[in-house]
Design a protein around this ligand. Structure first.
Ligand SMILES: [Zn+2]
Length: 253
């Protein structure tokens, strides 16, 4: 593998990560993602070019805004770095292929959802819809209309299943168990990995989220943790480890 391509993929991931910060921060607030340029979320001072370099600016500014000296959330450089690493992993595993595209699309949605769900406990519909369309186009171009159509049906089936789980949860616990955004996210999961792996994804995300949920619950019963990132993290694990239906049948048989 060409070292130059590897570096390029990483840098591209970091730059995308920087953009995902903007998307995750602004879309839920109804702000434009193009204008104005980046500003400090605390004092709204416009940032200069040297304050906009992903990762490096954060280190150089020592995590503080140079105008109001308030702390900048470490989420931003972490999202940049992790997006770069995830894009790199996808390339190292799959090379330039359909799987690579599906992996980086899922990674991108995961990063945006992390930013918006942690900041606002919201997953914007337009973001979920945009990424569903991206996956649909990839399936349509690489596998044809039949596969793409079936993927769409899988998305719908999983969405309905999660909707029922939510209604059941609301009925049993007499309070909101899942957010509407989490339910819509299952449409993305279904269209991306299909219905059976999608069901496994619900199961896997619950297992990953359980320790953290317990910790948060023990600290303060009123606290909730956003579930969306766990759903997408589970989906990404399934994609990166190439878990397929026959593997699952072997485990559970
Ligand atoms: Zn500031």
């Amino acid at each position: 593998m060409n070292i130059l391509v590897i570096i390029l993929i990483f840098v591209l991931g970091v730059i995308f990560g920087s953009f995902f910060n903007v998307v995750g921060y602004r879309i839920p607030k109804g702000l434009s993602i193009v204008r104005p340029g980046s500003f400090c979320p605390k004092c709204h001072h416009d940032l200069k070019w040297y304050e906009l370099i992903p990762i490096f600016s954060y280190l150089f500014l020592r995590g503080k805004c140079s105008y109001c000296h308030q702390k900048i959330s470490p989420i931003y450089p972490i999202v940049e770095l992790v997006t770069g690493l995830l894009f790199l992993i996808a390339y190292l595993l799959f090379g330039f292929s359909t799987n690579f595209l599906i992996a980086i699309i899922t990674e991108s949605l995961l990063m945006i959802v992390i930013v918006s769900d942690i900041n606002y406990l919201v997953i914007p519909d337009e973001v979920t819809i945009f990424f569903c369309i991206l996956i649909f186009i990839v399936k349509l171009v690489t596998s044809g209309i039949r596969t793409a159509g079936l993927a769409l049906l899988s998305g719908l089936a999983l969405f309905l299943l999660m909707y029922l789980i939510m209604q059941l949860g609301n009925f049993l616990f007499k309070k909101e168990s899942l957010g509407g955004g989490d339910v819509k996210l299952m449409f993305f999961v279904g269209i991306t990995i299909g219905p059976l792996l999608g069901i496994f994804c619900i199961f896997l995300s619950s297992i990953i989220a359980l320790p953290l949920s317990l910790l948060v619950y023990l600290k303060d019963e009123g606290n909730v943790i956003p579930f969306g990132p766990f759903i997408l993290l589970a989906a990404l694990i399934i994609i990166l480890f190439k878990i397929d239906v026959s593997m699952l049948l072997n485990i559970f048989a």
